[in-house]
Design a protein around this ligand. Structure first.
Ligand code: PMP
Length: 414
């Protein structure tokens, strides 16, 4: 163990954290599991699993509609989860939190509402060349529907955004949508700088926070974002739940996108009126258990020492880069100075798919392919990368296992 590793490990008890995640304690292909696919989804601590079971065993009922005790209990827990999330992200008010299935649905909500009433021919939407398909395709659809144009901020060779022409790119832009952190390369973007420039020309700002929640607390007010999209499963919570956090003035102004129960105030055969925000955007029975599980995940995550977590994850990142960097022919894609613990790489002459298959033989879970960021792969002229992404429970042993497995695979395949 190096001095840097020793310093972080005394602050941060990874073994204790790992014990909270029963899934990590298993063998895969006869080897100890090293789970390094956290950008795809994180594992769930036992307290989240317990919260889901407890809800279904004791309190399951539909929310808001019933006057019976179980309905009241379910409603109370579901709405408390909204309070919990509002507090966690530093929302201005609980009514700014809309439950969605995840980041994808949250972005689609905004894109479709904008296409309906905010965008017109001659307007533009600005994204970046380093976005997940979830933050590209909804805007392509919105632009097609409204006649607006889609523009993007170009990507530099190191995986940072080239903001030198931002003012020119912002001309005529009604909305800017960028990720806080890239899932493909790990680059952290200067969200506040982009938001300030966008607001200066009257454009709204959406932040895709899918990858931002897992590493540290999030502050939507510090970003000054109008909309923030996030997923529970990327931050130790269940799948199928996430949120859009939106400035209330926008929620009042936009028309609903889904119709159904819950989102109405009155319905006649001739027409309907809308419920107050945020319910106006929550048609149908929601993912009640998911919201409760997500709140349990936030509670658990909040119990960590966040300064130590940041140090630990950055030490894992440094160890990964140092270890993999010595492998002959290995090239990192994305070397930004400010990065989340996500490492993307290729080995010259080796297909990433073959590499990942061999790495899996060593019990190491990494992801391979385009990571739902095909324009980024095109920008670098590659079909895909192998990506290792870390979370709080990863240890230096996981990293060593990755380095050894990659070395062995590279020898076999080169
Ligand atoms: N944006 C980014 C940056 C992501 O990493 C992901 C998930 N990989 C998404 C959006 C989409 O999230 P979800 O699939 O949970 O809706």
């Amino acid at each position: 163990m190096s001095a840097a590793e020793a310093a972080t490990s005394t602050l941060f008890d990874v073994d204790a954290i790992r014990r909270a995640f029963p899934i990590l304690d298993q063998q895969v292909r006869g080897r100890r599991l090293a789970y390094l696919d956290n950008a795809a989804t994180t594992q769930k601590p036992q307290v989240v699993l317990d919260a889901l079971v407890r809800y279904y065993q004791h309190d399951n009922a539909n929310v808001h509609r019933g006057l019976h005790t179980l309905a009241e209990r379910a409603t109370e827990q579901y709405e408390s989860a909204r309070d919990r999330l509002a507090e966690f992200v530093n929302a201005r008010d609980r009514s700014e939190v809309i439950w969605t299935r995840g980041t994808t649905e949250a972005i689609n909500l905004v894109a479709q509402c904008f296409a309906q009433s905010e965008l017109k021919a001659g307007d533009a939407v600005l994204i970046s060349e380093l976005e997940h398909h979830s933050n590209i395709v909804p805007w392509q659809l919105a632009c097609e529907r409204s006649g607006a144009t889609l523009r993007w901020i170009p990507l530099r060779d190191d995986g940072t955004l080239d903001l030198s022409d931002l003012d020119a790119l912002l001309q005529g832009v009604r909305l800017v949508s960028v990720a806080a952190c890239s899932n493909a390369l790990g680059t952290m973007h200067p969200v506040r700088e982009i938001a300030d420039a966008a607001h200066a020309v009257g454009a709204a700002v959406l932040v895709d926070a899918a990858q931002a929640t897992v590493h540290q607390r999030m502050d939507v007010q510090a970003w000054d974002a109008d909309f923030v999209a996030m997923s529970g499963h990327k931050a130790y919570g269940p799948t199928g739940i996430g949120a859009l956090i939106a400035r209330r003035s926008w929620l009042e102004r936009l028309q609903p996108w889904h119709g159904g129960g819950e989102m109405i105030e009155t319905v006649t055969l001739e027409g309907s009126t809308w419920n107050e925000v945020p319910y106006k955007f929550e048609a149908g029975t929601p993912n009640i258990a998911g919201a409760i599980g997500m709140a349990a995940a936030l509670d658990w995550f909040d119990g960590l020492d966040h300064a130590a977590l940041l140090k630990h994850e950055q030490a894992l990142l440094a160890a990964t880069v140092a270890g993999l960097g010595s492998i002959h022919g290995l090239r990192f894609i994305g070397t930004a100075p400010v990065k989340a613990p996500i490492v993307s790489f290729v080995i010259d002459g080796v297909h990433p798919q073959d590499l990942a298959t061999l790495i899996d033989q060593s019990g190491v879970a990494v992801r391979t392919g385009h990571h739902c960021a095909m324009p980024t792969m095109t920008r670098f002229g590659i079909p895909g990368t192998v990506r290792a992404s870390m979370a709080c429970y990863n240890s230096f042993q996981d990293i060593q296992q990755l380095i050894d497995a990659t070395e062995t695979a590279a020898e076999i395949l080169s």
